[in-house]
Design a protein around this ligand. Sequence first.
Ligand SMILES: Nc1nc2c(c(=O)[nH]1)N[C@H]1C(S)=C(S)[C@@H](COP(=O)(O)O)O[C@H]1N2
Ligand SMILES: [Mo]
Length: 216
Amino acid sequence: MCDDESKLTRTKRQWADQGKFLTGRITRPETDRLPPGQHLVTNWPVLDLGQQPIIRPESWRLDVKGGAENPVSFSWTDFLALPQSQKLSDIHCVTTWSRYDNRWEGVSTRDLLDVVVPRAEANFVMLTSYDGYTTNLPLADFAVEDAILATHWEGRPISAEHGGPMRLVVPHLYFWKSAKWLTRIDFLPGDQAGFWERNGYHMRGDPWAEERYSDD
Ligand SMILES: Nc1nc2c(c(=O)[nH]1)N[C@H]1C(S)=C(S)[C@@H](COP(=O)(O)O)O[C@H]1N2
Ligand SMILES: [Mo]
């Protein structure tokens, strides 16, 4: 236990030294809330590859595998036993819609990282979902304060079409990085392209910099 804690503290200090937790959270004036090229919607469109898996809680798993000091395969019960958080954030989809003030509940990515502890050499994350979807992002972006492995939206369980029972939400990147039906997380030393990233989309996807396509 002592050993684990010193390892965790060491990892966190390394992240702090590298500025890993400093990049995502940006305070903006209300008038500057909509990123360039976006328009506001009040509905919540559904976008995916067209195959929406239905996962029963008994068979659901979240496997945190590659690049973790403490690899864990979470059952639904294990996952609900992690510390629970609430976040309020805006959605920015690369197809140009944005939706303000979404209230999420679930497990913050930081609380997950505290348990699994990425290895010191981990700098990127690969996410894999039940529909075969993959997407990649820097560990620093995955680890921002308002990123959440969400089970609830506006006080209700997230519907199957929006990625229930659990989806990632990383609000400061385009929404394609927010994997629905997430089932596997791998930490990698180098960046690897996920599904849309192999199909012409940007490796990072910052809406404020309009990082839409790979040649931007
Ligand atoms: N598993 C999975 N996650 C996914 C996708 C997908 O096809 N499969 N599509 C992405 C894209 S392109 C967007 S815009 C958002 C859409 O989420 P929503 O349908 O809840 O609006 O999910 C992202 N996460
Ligand atoms: Mo999207």
